[in-house]
Design a protein around this ligand. Structure first.
Ligand SMILES: [Zn+2]
Length: 374
């Protein structure tokens, strides 16, 4: 087992711009990461990848022939937060974002969740992917096993019952995003008019339950008010798995889905100050030149935004939350070879090797381990 936060990862949080990193020295540095560990299942010269938000094989691809397991192994992907979309059957994509189309029947969202988690478990088992349940599993994944963190986008499947989190935990759930696009008893979300003033009482109790049980709390899609409340309650670092960061926060009145899904820099810094992590998504904006200056297929732009966020909030708090299959046709990355290219662009931008390691996988490994109960 290699130490995740050993001496190799320095405490410096800004990119090292004083010493341009040679690719060779980065490769040597990456190789030394494994010097004390078991023979890695992947090439020892590559930094592992963690994706803190992916729907790979769950939305546009058919899971059995998605190629997910092979892609993860080929590209050295250590960990993915593999997200079932809780409300996926009750929403639709419009030219201007995503919206709820109808109200689910009682029990339907819970049944959908159970079916899909069993399907995900079966895929992991058939392809010998490790399902991450404990801190030791996180370490094993970083050492060379490809691992799936079973995750859900939206806590809608609880249908308002915090006590049902136990059954989800027993199905392997370890990373839970609280809200998504359908009206929710959990709390307010960025793309619709608020009704709870942040999180509901149920939502607040759910944060406590996640902390007690050992489930990572994911605040993506939550309103700024809800983020503030969550940070007051949470006893473990939280993640904002996907979206982007702007000077101001988005509101449901904004003119596009891209604008509504902004996290304010102040909230990003607050999440970071409590040890949390922000994942930037792989969504291409319709036009270049905006504050999220990344267009479809623009892996260099994606790397640039990651580097910019490292500059604003520090290297310990930035991660890749690709949203593969979730971002629609304007995707920037659609598989892990694309993500590997983003990592190579970070090398080209001369971020230090220790900074790249953190963004590529170590930050997710850290918050996940901090959240897990054992
Ligand atoms: Zn989302």
């Amino acid at each position: 087992m290699i130490p995740l936060y050993g001496t190799r990862v320095s405490l410096r949080t800004e990119p090292d711009r004083t010493k341009p990193m040679q690719r060779r020295s980065f490769l040597l540095a990456a190789a030394s990461l494994y010097a004390t560990g078991p023979i890695s299942a992947w090439a020892q010269t590559r930094v592992p990848i963690a994706d803190v938000h992916t729907h790979y094989g769950l939305i546009s691809r058919k899971l059995p022939d998605s190629g997910l397991a092979d892609d993860m192994r080929a590209q050295g992907v250590a960990l993915v937060a593999w997200k079932h979309v809780a409300d996926g059957r009750w929403i639709r994509r419009t030219s201007n974002g995503i919206e709820q189309v109808r109200e689910p029947a009682p029990g339907a969202v819970a049944r959908f969740f159970n079916e899909r988690l069993q399907l995900m478990q079966a895929y992991a088992s058939a392809h010998k992917l490790r399902v991450v349940l404990t801190r030791a599993d996180v370490d094993a994944c970083v050492s060379g096993d490809a691992g799936m963190v079973l995750a859900c986008e939206g806590a809608d499947f609880l249908e308002g019952r915090v006590e049902d989190l136990r059954a989800a935990f027993d199905l392997g759930l370890r990373h839970l995003q609280f809200v998504h696009y359908i009206r929710s008893p959990v709390g307010d979300f960025q793309t619709a008019a608020p009704v709870h003033h942040g999180f509901s009482e149920m939502g607040k109790r759910l944060i406590e339950a996640c902390n007690t049980m050992g489930v990572l709390v994911d605040l993506a899609h939550s309103t700024g008010v809800a983020v503030n409340q969550a940070l007051e309650i949470a006893k473990a670092p939280v993640i904002w798995s996907h979206g982007w960061v702007d000077t101001e926060e988005g509101t449901w009145r904004d003119s596009s889905g891209l604008l509504r899904r902004r996290l304010s820099l102040a909230h990003a810094k607050k999440i970071a100050a409590r040890g949390g992590v922000i994942g930037l998504w792989g969504l291409g904006a319709a036009r270049p030149g905006g504050p999220w200056n990344v267009t479809a297929r623009d892996t260099q732009g994606y790397a640039r935004e990651l580097a910019n966020l490292v500059n604003s909030i520090g290297a310990d708090h930035v991660a890749l939350g690709t949203d593969i299959e979730g971002v629609g046709p304007n995707w920037v990355v659609n598989n892990y070879a694309d993500v590997r290219r983003v990592i190579e662009h970070l090398e080209d931008l001369r971020l230090g090797a220790a900074v790249i390691e953190r963004v590529a996988y170590a930050n997710y490994a850290r918050v996940l381990k901090a959240a897990l109960a054992s």
